[in-house]
Structure formats: C-alpha cells, structure tokens
Design a protein around this ligand. Sequence first.
Ligand SMILES: Cc1cc2nc3c(=O)[nH]c(=O)nc-3n(C[C@H](O)[C@H](O)[C@H](O)COP(=O)(O)OP(=O)(O)OC[C@H]3O[C@@H](n4cnc5c(N)ncnc54)[C@H](O)[C@@H]3O)c2cc1C
Length: 697
Amino acid sequence: MSDTPSPKKVFIIGAGPSGLVALKEMLEAGHDVVCVDAKKQIGGLFSVSYDELYTTTTNMFLAFSDFPPKEGLKYWSKDEYLRYLEDYVDHFGLRRYIKLNTAVKKCALDKHTGHWKILTEAWQSTPGEIRRGSIALSGDILKVVVNHGKRASVVFRKDVAPGYTYDADYLIVASGTNQVPNCPDLPNCNAEVVHSADFTNAEMCIGKKVLVIGNGESASDVAAQSTDVAEKVILFSRRNFDLAPRFISKFLSDGAYNERQILTEQDEHSQSPNDMLEGITNSRILSKLPIALFSIVLDAMLSDVTKLHGEDSAAGILAKIDKANFRKDFYAFDTSAPTKSGGVLAHAVACKGLDIIISPQVDFIEDGKIAHFENVSFMGKDEKNVDAVDVEVDIVILCTGFSINLDWIEVEGSDPIEANPRTWFKHCFPPGLGDKVAFLGFARPAQGGIPQCSELLARYTALLLKGERILPEDYAKQAIKEGQLETETFYSTPNATSLVEFPPFASSVARLIDCEPSVSLISPSRFAKFWMLPQWMCFYRLNGPGANPDACWKVVDTYRIFDSMIPTPVLIVFFLYGTLMQPLMILDYLASFFIDRVSPSSLPRFYKWRFGGHFFQLSGNEMRLKDLVAPSFGFLLINIALVGALKLLLSMELGTTALLVGAAGLLFLSVEKLVRLATGSDIKTQESNELLQSDTS
Ligand SMILES: Cc1cc2nc3c(=O)[nH]c(=O)nc-3n(C[C@H](O)[C@H](O)[C@H](O)COP(=O)(O)OP(=O)(O)OC[C@H]3O[C@@H](n4cnc5c(N)ncnc54)[C@H](O)[C@@H]3O)c2cc1C
C-alpha cells in the first residue's frame, strides 16, 4: 500500500449499481472522484435489458445498506430498480460526479509515477451493417446482431467530442461482467441469430419457430416470453440444470404456480421474508447447516410438491426436474446451477408447450433451418430419451452469456490482467496491483446480490485508500487458494468464474472491514431474526466503521419473528440447531485440521457431508470457535427456556397456566419494547421505510 495521504484521485468506470456505490463510498471517504459510463443513463445493465425483467433477488437484497427500499419486500421490475438507483444518486448528491455518454478507451498505468492515464471518448451510436467473417470486435463496434448466419447489423460508436485524458491515483473498474456477448459458432445455420443482449421483447418471435440456447435466467425469461407469441419454442441446453422458484411458499402450496403472474401482482399481496427464495438460501442459520441436512430437507420438500400437485403441474414439473438432477449428485450438491427464474420456465413447460431439450450439441442441416440434436433427453413434461431429433427453426436466440474483456487496461512492463476474478483477492484486487486498482461487480453470488458484494468491497476499498486498512501481505496467494476452492465447489459451471457463495463471501469481506454483524440475546426476537432472516446488507451496518444499528433495526423490526421462519418444519431445524449443532460443529472443527490438509481430489465427493457449514468455509472463512458457540449457544438457551416453560405449564392448573402465559407474554413484550425504545427503532409499518430513506443519510 502506498503511504500517500488522502484524498486520492479516484476514477470509476461504470455507473451501474457497483459503480454508484463505489462513488458514494469514495466521496464519503473524502476522495476526489469521477465516474464515467458509456451509456446515456445510469443503472448499468438494467438500463438496457429486456422489458419484462424482474430481478431474481428481492429489493432488500439489491438495496444498499444505508438506503432501504421505500416499499415492502418484493422482486423489483427493472424500472423499479432503476428508479431506486436514481433516488440513491439524488439522495447522496452523486449526480454531479457522473459523466454519461463517455466511454473509456484505454487505461494505462505508468509504473514509475504510479499514476493512471485514462483516455475517454464522448460518443453517440450510429447503425450500420457488415458481413460476417469481417467482424473484428474493436472498441468502435458497440453492438452486433448476427442475421441469417451471414450478415450482421452493427451499431458503431461515433465520436461527438474529442477524447479527454484523465489522470488518477486509483482506478475502480465497475464495468460489469456482461461486456462481450458470447456468440457460439453455429455452422450452416441459416436461421436468424440474435443474442439475448439484443432481445427487448418477444416481438421478434411472433408466429416463428424459436430455438433458445442457454439455461440461465435470461434463457428462462426469453423462452417463456416467446411462448406468448411464437408458433413453437424449444429451449436447448448442453447440460441438465436445476430450477429455483422465487416464491417458496406459493410454490409449495399452489400446483398451478405461475411465477410471471405473481411477479406482476406483488403490490396487491404483501410478501414476507419466509415467502422468498432467499429465506432458504441466505439465512444465516441455514448457511451454517451441513450440506447433508440442507439436502435432505430440500429433497423432502420437492417430494411433497410432486405428491401434492402432480408431476405435470407447473410446481410439479419444477420439483421433478430438480429431484432428477439432485439425485444424480446428492452427495455434493452444487448450488451454482439453479436458474432462479425457474418458476417462469416451469410454468411455460406446463401450460404453454415449451419443450426443453438436453443434448451434447446442435447441428444445422439441410437448408440450415433444421436443428439436429443427437442423444437427446426431453426435460420436464414428457420426459423421454431419444437417439435424435430434428426441429425447424426460424430464429435462434443465444442466451449464452457474456465474457469479460480487459484488453483496454495496460500496466507498463506487466502482463495483461488475467480476466479471471478467481485470481483476484476477493474477486477485486488483482495480484501485484491491489494498491492501484479495484474491480467491483465481479463477485456474483450463486444467490444474493452482486450490488451487495460490491458495496462491501467498496467500503473496504475506501478504508484501504484512507490507509485505515492494509491488504493482507499474501493477498495474491490467498486469492489463488480461495479461487481453487470455488472452482471445486461450483464444478457444474466451470466458466462462471465470478461466482461466489454469498454468506461466506460477505462474512469474509466484513471481517476485513471489521463490520462482522453480531447480536446479543437481550432481545430474543431480534436474536432469532438476525439468525433466520436473509443476510440483508443492512445487518452489515450493525458494527464497525460506518455503523448505524438503529437504521438497521428500524428496517428489520418492520418484520415479525414468524416472517423470518422458513416454511419447512422450522422448529425441528431450530431445535436440531440448538441442541445438536454445537457438538457436531466442534467435531467438524477438530476434523478440519486433518481434512483441510488433504487434497480434495483424493477425497470422495461425499466428504462434503461434513457436520459443519461447508459453504461457510468458502472465501477463506476460517471457522472460529466463536462461530461454533455463539449461535448454537443462543438457540440452546432459547430452547431450554421454551422446553422448561412448556414443562412447567403442563404441570400446572389451567387458571395458573393462563395467568403465567399472560405474564410471560407481557414481560417479553415489555423487554422488546424497551430494547426498541432504547435503540430508537419502534417503527412498525413498512410505509415508514420511506421515512427511513431520509433518516439514513
Ligand atoms: C436478466 C438478468 C437479471 C439479473 N438479475 C439480478 C438480480 O436479481 N440480482 C443481482 O444481483 N444481479 C442480477 N443480475 C446481474 C446484474 O447484471 C448485476 O447485478 C448488475 O448489473 C451489476 O452491476 P454492475 O454495476 O457491476 O455492472 P453493470 O450493471 O453491467 O454496469 C456496468 C456499467 O459499466 C459501463 N461500462 C462498461 N465498460 C465501459 C467503458 N469502457 N467505458 C465506460 N463505461 C463502461 C457499462 O455501460 C455499464 O453501464 C441480472 C442480470 C441479468 C442479465
């Protein structure tokens, strides 16, 4: 780390969620900051993506820790999220530091002066067309739409003002992971080919035979939306994949589970945290459960759904797909795979004739408009295996993702920065350059928000630049070790190198900041909510630099304790955790001295059925003794108190019992009330979040 005192000249590339939170944190730390974006609007990817986009994480998981959403818990549409970001920019007075329509062409680090020279260009777009084969993706081509397998319509950048060169001490690259569309070659294809980056709505599919390639959220949305207007839609994936429903309790209770409809009706029916997918994937208590227990509960839930609603219902199809995949790899469940708009896809399969084909590859035959698949399995409704299938195709929509391009960053006398976030410490600080550049937005949780990871990293970067923290001396080495573990864990998606597991990742960065959240047993309901609610960003303001516990509790207190309990036999989990976890985790803690020294490849897959929270140990999170004791100790006490009270009540007469229950309830409410009054967060309604936004600046 350089010893130069603050303020630093910081240059931020990108005004998407990651760039905006970086801008706010850097300004708050007193630095001299400029943030540029090539687009004409803030909001990054969400400002240009398809019309019917609903986020896969809730607003509480997208909102920044010090600016809660105005409304109750929901999945935002892209317009709602953009509005939130606009409000965030205005609330923190960020707008005057942002330059839009300004593309960064080149960043060069002079190793002698330690300064960055950044060449920008103000531009506008102009449409054009070039032939396939002559496409060379240069900085001047903004967008390519390949048509008929031969020609491409292209949008070029056109300069509107001379380039300008900035000088900076520190660079923050928040340019997003969705930079260069991956367009696999489709030899002989004569159908129209479009990348999801160019899919605005299903208009281009009206009356057509559509082939969607991919298995992520975009593929699921694009395929489902196309079924509204297309003659036939087929989704093709090279591998099996899991589906996750956004609304857990509705998925469990309603066989006709129509996720697209529920998304549009969210404002009519308020949601609680236990309705949402994050309740299962990101609650603090569940992230510490051993993967085996997690897997058993999940498998039981899925079995219930197929039994209750039938295999061909929307919910049943989702459960059936997951169970089939799940059984194949029950011993080492890889959570990276689920498509989190899975409910959207399952409903299209159940009710709108969407077919899912799994096959090693697609070939185009005859006139180039027949897609030929071999070794095919149909996934979903009419599951079957066949040797070969031919389908007619008018349009191919590639939902094959994007790749990261960092060619425009040059470090004098050094190799180019490796475009693999798993080689950077915390997916943020590349080896040898931690004091010169931070990458934000390259840590993508399997479930959880990219913006949340970016916020924590931005807070840490601000402290580094102020000289209040230093990077670990061996940060490059740590990055390699953590990256290898991630690659091993997320084995089914080896190319998704930005993937992390949110709970351990967030904890590990919080440890670096020194804002690891903790909560005492003084208020048992807050204690239980802390452990059982998803790990929203506001919890990371309970302690440490920039702490604002009152603001956090004001948000959390709007939810009741039962809202935080997952819709599984939660009391069993609760009791198991309280009574069993502590000895099991201590055993695991001791065993880890031996297991961690053995190469994972020499261990059987099911070694992940360890007692302790497997995922908790990713991202370099060493399991400490207090991690084992603190939560289970708290729950153990609550359990003992509950069991003791129950025993006492059962041994008493009815009248005395009623009296005692009443007195205990009153005492509990008074203590809770006192705690809330003491922390100034006696606010009960969700409408008050609007007030909170103005409170928390
Ligand atoms: C369909 C879909 C749904 C999603 N849903 C969720 C969700 O629910 N939750 C979630 O966390 N994530 C979701 N994501 C991922 C989403 O992309 C990120 O959360 C979010 O966009 C990350 O923000 P960012 O600021 O890091 O990057 P981006 O939003 O991609 O912003 C990067 C910005 O950098 C600018 N830029 C890039 N290069 C340059 C340059 N050279 N010069 C100037 N400017 C440049 C770009 O113009 C862009 O505005 C979803 C993605 C998709 C495709």
